[in-house]
Design a protein around this ligand. Structure first.
Ligand SMILES: CC(C)(COP(=O)(O)OP(=O)(O)OC[C@H]1O[C@@H](n2cnc3c(N)ncnc32)[C@H](O)[C@@H]1OP(=O)(O)O)[C@@H](O)C(=O)NCCC(=O)NCCS
Length: 182
């Protein structure tokens, strides 16, 4: 396994829609209880759904590559639920199991928060299933604050809390340093 620094993260474009679709469907199949949407409904989407999302100026999808191999996907969107247009909605994160537990979630957050700050967005929101401890760990070490929780039935059919986290982008939050073993 190469170090996290030898992996490259970059924004993905519309011409890469087939790779993004395949990776997203893999994620939804592997972790059906982690996302809001199901594999079945996403598999039905036409090619234009993917090319539009990847070409949308108000969205940014990032791929983390180990050589030529896409090993993680993540996304940020200008949140349409905030009429002021000042909020980034973060989602779609998936790291291949072979690459988990090595702090790569930090890279996924940095790419998205840099994008949001460069757009002048003032706030980021992200949601996590309460029992998804790796997701919560990744979110909380970025300084996100828990602001709401609601009951939710997830695509795997189970009921669990959906936690809402928020981060103000106009203040620099001290990101918890990664754990370094002796
Ligand atoms: C969630 C996910 C993207 C996180 O990536 P990861 O590679 O597993 O996590 P990282 O190794 O980067 O760890 C992120 C942080 O969370 C912490 N963490 C990881 N697993 C944890 C666990 N089970 N309990 C508590 N904290 C945990 C780590 O200590 C790390 O903090 P640090 O950087 O301060 O050490 C990944 O597990 C994944 O793809 N899961 C399946 C899909 C999913 O749940 N997506 C999120 C939907 S909201």
């Amino acid at each position: 396994m190469p170090s996290a620094n030898s992996l490259v993260i970059r924004r993905l474009g519309p011409d890469e829609w087939e790779q993004v679709r395949a990776f997203r469907l893999l994620a939804l199949k592997a972790a059906p209880g982690s996302f809001f949407v199901s594999h079945a409904e996403t598999a039905e989407k036409p090619p234009s759904y993917w090319t539009n999302m990847l070409g949308d100026e108000e969205a940014a999808l990032f791929g983390l590559f180990d050589g030529d191999c896409l090993v993680a996907l993540t996304a940020a969107f200008v949140d349409r639920d905030d009429p002021s247009g000042g909020t980034a909605f973060l989602g779609m994160s998936f790291v291949l199991p072979s690459h988990r537990g090595r702090g790569l979630a930090r890279r996924l957050f940095k790419a998205r928060l840099d994008w949001a700050r460069a757009r002048g967005l003032r706030r980021a929101v992200v949601y996590s299933r309460a029992s998804n401890l790796s997701s919560r760990g990744a979110i909380e070490c970025q300084g996100f604050v828990l602001t709401d929780e609601v009951d939710h039935v997830w695509p795997d059919g189970e009921r669990d809390k959906d936690l809402k986290y928020e981060l103000a982008l106009d203040v620099q939050v001290a990101v918890k340093p990664p754990f370094t073993p002796f």
